[in-house]
Design a protein around this ligand. Structure first.
Ligand SMILES: CC(C)(COP(=O)(O)OP(=O)(O)OC[C@H]1O[C@@H](n2cnc3c(N)ncnc32)[C@H](O)[C@@H]1OP(=O)(O)O)[C@@H](O)C(=O)NCCC(=O)NCCS
Length: 170
């Protein structure tokens, strides 16, 4: 059985292990540690499969560099499922629960970089047609958005800037 809950301090070592194993490098694990320290608000969720911690997802605030009325948005990254347990529904459960909790945090829309074939199932859509870009138009084919509050982004467009901790990722 898959269950999703807030991450606690006792989970940090296992979360680091999962992030490192998933991405085969320490960068995302370090990013999570930097975000935990400095991103406010933040949402850090873990997934357990039959009591074993197998996945982790982080949401942090993003800023829109462009004409944007005050709309509060999040970036979903990084997400990592222990490679041994991938494709068993854990990632889907984590994403769905994180989206459900966004409005409690006050986020009206979520952005992410990822495969549209995967994130389309959660109703994410390409962001470029709505006027949003990440860093360079090279990313237009993988940069996606989902409105939590319908119409929240209607009056906005521009470059979406993640928390400065993401600058350390290559
Ligand atoms: C991408 C990831 C989060 C998906 O989580 P998961 O628990 O493995 O996936 P789920 O079991 O929820 O979903 C499985 C479905 O997604 C598809 N899928 C899984 N990973 C995918 C990917 N990278 N691209 C496209 N589709 C993918 C599977 O084919 C399967 O499709 P089906 O339902 O039609 O059979 C996970 O595989 C992962 O951690 N991957 C490596 C890290 C990564 O790429 N993170 C995202 C960038 S931050």
């Amino acid at each position: 059985m898959i269950s999703i809950r807030n991450e606690g301090p006792a989970d940090h070592a296992r979360v680091r292990e999962i992030q490192e194993a998933t991405f085969a490098r320490p960068d995302e694990a370090r990013l999570v540690e930097a975000l935990r320290r400095s991103a406010r608000p933040q949402l850090s969720l873990v997934a357990e499969l039959d009591g074993e911690l197998t996945g982790h997802l982080f949401l942090s605030p993003v800023a829109i560099d462009g004409p944007s009325p005050s709309v509060e948005c999040a970036g979903l990254a990084p997400i990592a499922i222990d490679p041994v347990f991938q494709r068993s529904g854990i990632g889907s459960a984590l994403v769905r629960e994180s989206l459900r909790r966004c409005s409690e945090v006050g986020w009206q829309a979520v952005f992410l970089l990822g495969d549209p074939n995967y994130y389309g199932r959660f109703a994410f859509e390409l962001a470029a047609p709505a006027g949003f870009h990440y860093e360079s138009e090279i990313f237009d084919s993988v940069f996606q958005l989902l409105e939590i509050t319908s119409g929240a982004l209607d009056e906005s467009s521009g470059w979406v800037r993640y928390h400065e901790a993401f600058n350390s990722l290559s």
